[in-house]
Every structure is written in structure tokens, then in C-alpha cells.
Design a protein. Structure first.
Length: 247
């Protein structure tokens, strides 16, 4: 005959412990999403958000960072997903599409079409420099949102310098047969720098480069959420045949 330990919990004790145990009030999405390349032209991102309704999800992109947020209360539990990551510089966030089905958020982001290198002309005459300075002053009054880069380049003339921007990198090179001076520098441009509208001046051995910010970065963009819980896109505020887009 087996003897029961006097210290063993009784059935009543177990029931009381279970009753008094604090029940969880918040359910968080516990996965760690990873941005990957779906193919050579597209990035893919999958986020688990169990319990979060499509209608409670918002996905936004601001300054190169994509954010996914959602909170849904069900049966006394608050299901929550809050996640963000910085996108690669070649991700076309304004063309991204978002679907949500069965607690899974899938985001597809196409890559930007490779842009042609931008050659920035260097102005050298007094009239050209004065005109550029006037333009920059006017731009500063209306919208002082630009980057300015100053580089010392003694022994080089404006015609010796070459400025080329490609894939977010500005390369500044120059070589003078007359003085033997040379210059070779590279700079990673900010994500919102508009190299296609940049200007440069070279006066008395000082190279000054002005790069305005791209207009689309001045305001936050938000992506439209696609409600697809049953495999069919729900009604949204756009034409039914149009693909989801960032507004």
C-alpha cells in the first residue's frame, strides 16, 4: 500500500492555486521578423500577429523606416504587434503592398530601378558663383532644407574636378597636370538627399556642394492596409481594381 506524503498538495489546493494564478492580459507577437530578398527585384517581410485584426493594423514608412503597429482586444486579452526596421536604400517603399491573413502580415517591397549616375557641374566664374549663391539664398528663405558639403581642394581648378553621384554615394575626384594636386574622396549621402538637383562651386581652392532634400521625404508616408482575412480583398477607399499604394 502506497503512503501519501502529508506534504503533497490536495486536489482542493491545486484548484485554489489555479484559480488564484494571474491570467495573462496581454498577448504579444513573439517572432523576430527578418527582411529578406524574395527575388532579385523584391524584398519580402513576414510578421506574425496572431489575434490582431486587419482593421486594427497600420503600416507606415517614414524616413526609410517601416513600422507595423496593431492592437486588438479579444476575450479579455489584448493582442499586440509593434515592430519596425530600416529599409535598404534601394527599397521602393512607395510601391510596397501589404496583406494580412490569418494573423500573418506579409509585406512585399519592390527594388528601385537603378538610376543613371548624376554628374554635378562645378561652376567657376564669378558670375556663375554669384548666380548660384543668389539661388541658394532664395531657396534658403523659402525652404532651408538642404545639405552643404565643403571640401578644400587647393591647386585644383573647377575644370579639374569631377563630381558623380550614384547609388547614394557621391564621388569627388580631381587631378591637375599643372600643379600635380589630386583629390579622391567618397561620401555616403543621406537617404533624403536629392543629388539630381545638387549644385557645386569652386572658388579659391574651396569646393562647396549644395544638395537639397527630396520633397517626398518632407512628409511621412503611410501605406494602405489590405484586408484579406478570407482570401478576398475587403472594400477600401480606392478603386477595386487598383493595387494598394502608399499615400
Amino acid at each position: 500500500m502506497l503512503a501519501m506524503s502529508p506534504f503533497a498538495p490536495s486536489l482542493l489546493d491545486a484548484m485554489m492555486v489555479e484559480h488564484l494564478r494571474a491570467k495573462p492580459r496581454v498577448a504579444l507577437s513573439g517572432n523576430v521578423p527578418r527582411l529578406s530578398e524574395q527575388d532579385e527585384n523584391t524584398y519580402a517581410l513576414t510578421i506574425l500577429a496572431p489575434g490582431v485584426a486587419s482593421s486594427d493594423l497600420t503600416v507606415g514608412v517614414e524616413d526609410g523606416v517601416i513600422k507595423v503597429d496593431g492592437e486588438t482586444a479579444k476575450s479579455g486579452l489584448m493582442h499586440i504587434v509593434h515592430w519596425k526596421t530600416r529599409l535598404p536604400s534601394d527599397a521602393a517603399a512607395d510601391q510596397a503592398t501589404v496583406t494580412c491573413r490569418d494573423g500573418v502580415v506579409e509585406i512585399s517591397i519592390p527594388k528601385k530601378v537603378a538610376a543613371e549616375p548624376t554628374v554635378i557641374a562645378v561652376k567657376r566664374t564669378f558670375e556663375e558663383v554669384a548666380a548660384t549663391a543668389d539661388d541658394q539664398d532664395e531657396n534658403a528663405k523659402s525652404e532651408p532644407k538642404q545639405y552643404t558639403l565643403t571640401i578644400t581642394a587647393p591647386g585644383l581648378s573647377a575644370s579639374d574636378l569631377e563630381l558623380v553621384a550614384t547609388d547614394g554615394v557621391l564621388k569627388v575626384t580631381g587631378k591637375s597636370q599643372r600643379t600635380g594636386a589630386h583629390l579622391a574622396k567618397s561620401f555616403r549621402l543621406p537617404r533624403d538627399a536629392d543629388a539630381t538637383s545638387a549644385s557645386a562651386t569652386h572658388v579659391d581652392g574651396i569646393l562647396t556642394i549644395a544638395i537639397p532634400k527630396a520633397p517626398e521625404y518632407l512628409a511621412a508616408k503611410k501605406m494602405l492596409i489590405v484586408k484579406d482575412s478570407e482570401g478576398v480583398q475587403d472594400d477600401v477607399d480606392e478603386a477595386p481594381d487598383e493595387a494598394p499604394e502608399m499615400v
